[in-house]
Write a protein that binds this ligand. Structure first.
Ligand SMILES: N[C@@H](CCC(=O)N[C@@H](CS)C(=O)NCC(=O)O)C(=O)O
Length: 228
């Protein structure tokens, strides 16, 4: 279908969502480490691929793509998998949740992980407020009647996006005791089922994420590079 894809990644970064999709789709790709310790994501070479200076970017035969959600949708469409077909009844709901993950849940988590980018005042207060917002967002997802992709043993684009978003709050962003996956049994079951998939296990090995990367996350211990 296509020649080599190059995923610019750092361990346990948003690039993990893309790696999960690439593994699930069984697509050959090269993982190119972005050295976060050296802020390589802000280097001229990297900015030429992604002027946002953010990880990930995927190089494709048609050019580089940034934004996790866009990459996931592009990959799904290339393969005709991981998303309902254009005219399938579940298409609208699947798109809705994919965009919600990229537009709402992920940006809200970024306020926890990078508070100084969102306030020049009280980062602690911002984090407190953000934890409450995230709790409400997870409550909503837990209760969502049109999120049937959560309940099946199949990898979807939304699932590849969500799994890391269930991991990061347990590890990053200051105090983590507010985040207890058991509060959301549906999301916990999703995480357990997702991480048992061979593709998820391969991604976990590649980035040093341990055996239960999404249901009971441990700090990553990657073979190369660093998460922050
Ligand atoms: N909206 C972007 C967000 C990506 C993002 O937040 N990347 C983080 C890593 S998880 C990053 O590059 N952080 C490094 C920095 O801010 O310099 C996307 O979905 O691709």
């Amino acid at each position: 279908m296509m020649s080599k894809l190059r995923l610019h990644y750092a361990p346990d970064n948003a690039s993990l969502c893309v790696r999960l999709a690439l593994e699930e789709l069984d697509l050959p790709y090269e993982a190119v480490l972005v050295d976060r310790a050296a802020r390589a994501q802000k280097s001229p070479t990297y900015l030429a691929l992604n002027p946002n200076g953010l990880i990930p970017v995927l190089e494709t035969p048609q050019g580089a793509i940034f934004e996790t959600g866009a990459i996931l949708l592009w990959l799904a469409e290339q393969r005709g998998a991981q998303m309902p077909a254009i005219d399938a009844p579940r298409r609208g709901a699947a798109l809705q949740w994919l965009i919600w993950l990229g537009n709402t849940l992920h940006p809200t988590q970024r306020m926890l992980f990078y508070p100084a980018q969102y306030t020049d005042g009280d980062s602690a207060a911002l984090r407190t407020m953000t934890r409450a917002r995230l709790t409400a967002q997870f409550d909503m997802l837990q209760a969502a009647r049109d999120a049937d992709w959560l309940d099946v043993n199949a990898a979807t684009a939304q699932g590849c996006y969500l799994a890391p978003l269930l991991r990061w709050p347990a590890l990053y962003g200051g105090a983590t005791d507010w985040f207890e996956l058991a509060r959301w049994p549906r999301l916990r079951t999703f995480a357990q089922r997702f991480e048992e998939r061979p593709a998820a296990q391969r991604a976990a090995v590649a980035e040093g994420l341990g055996q239960t990367p999404f249901s009971a996350p441990q700090p990553c211990n990657p073979p190369e590079g660093s998460a922050t």
